[in-house]
Every structure is written in C-alpha cells, then in structure tokens.
Design a protein around this ligand. Structure first.
Ligand code: PLP
Length: 433
C-alpha cells in the first residue's frame, strides 16, 4: 500500500470548527483559480476546506462554487460583446438542472431545453417562455402536449417533426403559426472524441441534412410555419484545437442561412449550439472565448451586419468546472501489477469517463499539489468492470481514508446520476463565495 502524504492539519477556527486556512497559493497547479484554491496546503472550494466538508456531510458529495457558473457565463458574454456580435446565450439545462445551480444563471442567460421536463423546470425556476429555446429529437405527441402549451421557440430536427408540429397546430384550430427553427446537420462536426461529434461523415440521428433541406422548407411552408432560425450543434467537449473544425462547420451552416435569407425566409438567428469543452488535464488546451467569438464573427461574416443574432447554448462551458465531487479512498491495492485506488463513488454519480470517455483529474484534498509519483487505476464501487474513472493515471501517494476531489464535476454529473445497483444519488451543497 502506498503511504499517504499528510501535511500537518491546520488549527481549527474557533468560529467554524473548520481548519483555519491561509492565503491562496495560486499558480502551482494547472486548475487553481479563484474559488478553487490551495489554502494552507489543502484543497479549498469557495473558501472552504474540501476535506472538512466531506467529513461533515459524508461522501460521495458534490460541492459547488456557485459563483463560477456566473463567471463562466459572464466571460463568454463579454467575449461575444467584444467581437461585436448580436448574441443570445442560453444555458443547456441538461448539463445541470438543479434549481440551486440554475439560480446562479437566472439573470444572465436564457435556456436551451431538450425535453418537456426541462421546459417545465426552466419555467418553474423563473425563466419566461420567450427566453426558452427547445431543440429536441424524436419528439412525440405527448412531448408536444407540453411544448405547444407555452410560447417557447422550437427548433425542429426532422421533416417528420415539422409535419407533426404543423398537424398539431392545424388541428388545434387556432391561427397560431409560430416561427420555427430548423436544426441542420452540416455533415461536419467537432467533439472531444468521435462519439461526441454529433455531425460528420457518419450519419447521426440529429438534424436535417442539406440534401433534404428543400423538403423541410416545403413542409414548413405547407403548414404556414415561417422559418426564422437555423440551428446546429456539431458536437460536445471540443477544446482549443477543435475550434477550427467548429468554425468550418458553422461556415457551412452560415451558407445555408444566407441562401434561405436570399429566398425570403425571415432568418433572424443562427443558433450555433453548445459544445465548448473544459480542460480536465494540464495537457488539454482550453477554448479561448475571444477566439471562439472571432471564429463566429468570421463564419457569419455579412450575416452579422445584416443583424442576424448568434445563439450560443453551452452546457459544460458554464457548469463543468463549478463543482467538485468528493469521495473517500476505500481501497489501495495492487492487482496483477496495477495499483487500484478504489473510491466510494460509482459511475452512477460520475459517468463522464464511463459514458463519454472524458479524462478525469483527481486531487488529494490534504495535498493537492503533491508530486504525482505513482501510476494507478482509479475505480468506483459499482459491480461492473467498466466502473473506472482514470487508467494509467499519475497520482500522488494516497491511503485508505483519504478524501479525493474529482474536478470538473458540475456538468452532466448530478444531471445523469442514477441509483444503479441501488447506490444512492450523491447529495450536493452549493457554496457562495
Ligand atoms: C442541441 C444541443 N445544444 C446544446 C448542448 C450542450 O452541449 P455542451 O454541454 O457540450 O455545451 C447539447 C448537448 O448535447 C445539445 O444537444
């Protein structure tokens, strides 16, 4: 068993009973930022000692630095402003539907919803219907019972979906013919990996391909639905080096928007989806928001001068690095030459490697910047061989009983949690700096 690094425990504060923390030690590791720091040699989130939170609330535990959600939104909005774009940023609610997380974004952005439940959640959390854009797939009549009950904007991603919506509005007997968006599949995409590219050479289930665009427009015209938005989501998790592929895909979609405008369609928004990734390891390159905005500026060109609004609907970019997931090391054991570090966390609360193959970074709360001297596999407590979080992974020495923090646990972690193996959901606490 590896021996643990145990720096002296700082003295407890007489007021809070928690360890008294020193001044931030910024810049020694790649992930340190305001709100996620090394204080007194220990990991602190929103100014609070991470291990103390784990001991107080138990593990696994999500801990949010709520201010980070707003900071991420503000950074993106500022970059779009600087590039001179007319824009509308909407949070992809699927990334984190917790009302406590949504509250941090309520006054900054609109909402991208992809299910009736998400629409109802956004309405309940205070977003007016007009600030909600819906882009779903395989939409049923039951879905439409809810979706058509509110004046939300719909982006439709199949010809049959346009016809289904058209039929429903026609049979409702009213004169309501709201403008719709068309989700396009440009056959070019970007993503953290192949699985996360939603459009590309391989046909995917999303969007209307260019070769059937005229049919889609005819269907919309048949039902009297004006087309005011072109939507695309080319994929998720792409990083700095994916920006070029993203720009190329948006360039193709901008060409479609131009064509439709020339044909008299009242296109007022080009919704470029989400997809901006967040680095999980020191070697991953972040997306520079100014470079993102500049890429959009170039791809849209004259459409910007024509007043076309850029819709951007990031999920992970706003939420991912707003939380950590704390877990206890319950096993450190060598098997067949591999050291396994077993945690009391399962893929039921941390599916991001299991499902998406996103890299994961673990940080020991007592020694966040300790040298990573061993190579391990970090695994979970679900009875499945695939329940691992990091393989051939450099980690500082750890021992059973230590608390590890998984970084980047604010997007799609809580949202996708299940009770598989009857392992419960992990509770979440939201801290305000
Ligand atoms: C249509 C649409 N918009 C936005 C998003 C948000 O993606 P991300 O969290 O990668 O920004 C998704 C994710 O699947 C999506 O399908």
């Amino acid at each position: 068993m590896a021996s643990a690094v145990r720096p002296a425990q700082p003295a407890a504060s007489p007021e809070t009973g928690r360890p008294e923390l020193g001044r931030p030690d910024l810049g020694r590791v790649w992930w340190v930022r305001s709100g996620l720091e090394i204080l007194g040699g220990r990991l602190a989130i929103a100014g609070q000692d991470a291990e103390a939170l784990a001991r107080e609330h138990g593990t696994p535990l999500f801990v949010y630095d709520r201010r980070r959600l707003a900071e991420n939104a503000e950074r993106l909005i500022a970059a779009l402003d600087r590039a001179g774009l007319h824009h509308r940023v909407r949070f992809a609610l699927k990334a984190n539907p917790d009302p406590a997380a949504l509250a941090a974004l309520r006054d900054l952005v609109g909402i991208d919803a992809c299910s009736p439940g998400e629409v109802l959640r956004a309405l309940k959390c205070g977003w007016p219907a007009e600030d909600i854009s819906y882009t779903g797939t395989n939409v049923s009549e039951r879905d439409l019972d809810v979706l058509l009950a509110y004046p939300i904007h719909l982006n439709l991603d199949a010809i049959s979906q346009i016809e289904r919506v058209g039929r429903r509005l026609a049979t409702a007997g009213g004169r309501r013919r709201p403008p719709i968006g068309l989700r396009i599949n440009p056959g070019a995409g970007a993503g953290y990996n192949e699985k996360l590219a939603y459009s590309g050479a391989r046909p995917t289930k999303f969007g209307i391909y260019e070769d059937r665009l005229d049919e889609a427009l005819e269907a919309a015209a048949r039902f009297g639905l004006p087309v005011d938005t072109i939507h695309v989501h080319v994929g998720s998790g792409w990083l700095g080096d994916g920006l070029e592929a993203f720009e190329a895909a948006i360039g193709r979609v901008a060409g479609i928007a131009r064509r439709l405008r020339a044909d008299g369609h009242p296109i007022r928004e080009l919704n470029v989806g989400g997809g901006l990734g967040v680095p999980a390891r020191s070697e991953e390159r972040p997306v520079d928001p100014d470079a993102y905005a500049a890429a959009l500026r170039r791809a849209l060109g004259d459409l910007v001068e024509a007043g076309v609004v850029v819709g951007s609907e990031p999920g992970d970019y706003l939420a991912k690095d707003s939380a950590i997931l704390l877990g206890e090391v319950v096993t450190v054991e060598e098997r067949g030459g591999t050291t396994f570090v077993g945690l009391d966390i399962g893929w039921n609360v941390n599916c991001s490697y299991f499902i998406y193959r996103y890299a994961q970074e673990f940080v020991p709360c007592r020694a966040p910047d300790a040298e990573r001297t061993q190579t391990v596999t970090v695994a979970g407590h679900i009875n499945e061989a695939g329940d691992v979080f990091a393989e051939d992974y450099p980690l500082p020495p750890v021992a059973e009983g230590d608390i590890l923090a998984l970084l980047n646990a604010g997007g799609y972690h809580q949202a996708m949690s299940s009770t598989h193996c009857l392992r419960p959901h992990a509770p979440a606490i939201f801290l305000d700096r």
